[in-house]
Write a protein that binds this ligand. Structure first.
Ligand code: GDP
Ligand code: MN
Length: 380
């Protein structure tokens, strides 16, 4: 999950990293109010999750109220690199003496955190790396040891900072390391970190990405994601909310199973019989009828799916719960897609009865069900 700049800066501020005074606005009227508190000149920044906003016209400076309103009118509703601008962050303009790059990320190949720092900030790190690789400090942190003062000293030495400036840099590095740990982030980046004329360090930008697999530990972030799904597609958001795994694929045979292994084996079966899987959908263990219903509804609503193969091997999962979920999904969507259900295991008799009462055929052999699903997709 990626955080918006203003969300990242809120976190920075809580960890005592200096940020410019500012606030978010989503209409020209709100911009006017923010200008009253922030003052002039002010920087208007499009809150979109794309890099290089500056170059794409997403960062503009206003010297008067009128100019701020004019810029706000132009920017709100426009597109930056294909993403619609709904919000602006308006901040006091900081006088920059030097733009620094600073981040902490994870180097997966060696299983360590790495601090990246450069005096050539402002532009993309990739660009710095390509143009002047020797200008980037890479300082590795063993996670079991954690951040130590020698890491920070190495960075300050590389940057040529000493005294108060070195200690300010140290506080910021400690803060972003703490954010990495506290939020299960895989990247915390400040680019640029402005060195001001008064020898202060101020974070002008914030880029934080959180490991999606850790979101369950951060309910506050998960609820932000629910309100604003960002780059996640709608169905992925539904899946996350209901606790099942869904990956959309290109084919026309929808596949739903319980357990990742069985679901993958079901995809193999469809492939074996010459079909093309349209999904990897694992409802997980002990799925309730609500979860089954939400999951199947995704497949039923997709116009590109021609038939559906459901493969359930009930252990903790109860076949009757699954059957009820299937029936409810079909009823609510009014879909007439062809569905082939292989249903065996816990409470299979009850489950099969529910299916038959609702005119749905069941299979005990998953080879047969997969084959029928493939045939149905290719004949429609
Ligand atoms: P990005 O292009 O999406 O990374 O957006 P940034 O937030 O990094 O801003 C891009 C550039 O705008 C920065 O490198 C600065 O040069 C400039 N900028 C951003 N905020 C300020 C500010 O408060 N004062 C000044 N003078 N320049 C700013
Ligand atoms: Mn930036």
């Amino acid at each position: 999950m990626r955080l918006y700049e203003f969300e990242g800066k809120e976190i920075f501020s809580r960890y005592s990293i200096k940020i410019p005074r500012g606030a978010v606005a989503s209409s020209p009227e709100e911009v006017e109010k923010v200008i009253d508190t922030v003052g002039l000149p002010a920087v208007l920044k499009a809150q979109v999750l794309v890099g290089g906003r500056g170059k794409a016209g997403g960062i503009r400076i206003a010297r008067s109220r009128e100019e701020a309103i004019k810029i706000a009118r132009e920017m709100l509703g426009s597109e930056i690199r294909g993403v619609k601008v709904k919000r602006l962050l308006i901040e006091e303009a900081i006088k920059i003496a030097r733009e620094i790059y600073l981040s902490i990320t994870i180097d997966r190949s060696i299983r360590k955190y790495v601090i990246l720092g450069s005096l050539e900030g402002g532009v993309d790190i990739e660009e710095i790396a390509a143009r002047k690789p020797e200008s980037i400090a890479r300082i590795y942190i063993e996670p079991l040891v954690g951040l130590r003062s020698y890491h920070v000293r190495a960075l300050s030495d590389f940057m040529g900072f000493s005294g108060e400036l070195a200690s300010k840099l140290g506080s910021i590095v400690s803060a972003i390391y703490k954010i990495m740990i506290d939020y299960d982030a895989d990247l915390v980046e400040i680019n640029p970190l402005a060195l001001t004329e008064g020898q202060d360090l101020v974070a002008l930008d914030a880029k934080i990405t959180i490991d999606d697999n850790a979101l369950y530990r951060h309910q506050d972030l998960a609820s932000l994601l629910e309100k604003d799904p960002r780059d996640m597609d709608e169905d992925e958001v539904i899946a996350r909310k209901h606790g099942f795994s869904y990956v959309k694929l290109e084919g026309d045979v929808g596949i739903m199973g319980n357990g990742a292994g069985l679901t993958m084996a079901s995809m193999d079966l469809v492939k074996l019989y010459g079909g093309r899987p349209a999904s990897f959908l694992d409802i997980g263990g002990g799925a309730s009828r609500e979860r089954v219903k939400a999951a199947l509804t995704i497949l039923l609503r997709r116009p590109d799916i021609k038939s559906i193969f459901i493969n359930i091997y009930g252990g903790i999962t109860r076949c009757d719960e699954v059957a009820m979920g299937i029936v409810e999904a079909i009823r609510e969507t009014g879909s007439n897609k062809k569905i082939f259900v292989r249903l065996v295991g816990t409470r299979e008799e009850e489950g099969r009865k529910i299916l038959v009462e609702n005119g749905i055929r069941y299979f005990t052999d998953d080879n047969e069900a997969a084959l029928e699903a493939v045939k149905a997709a290719s004949s429609s």
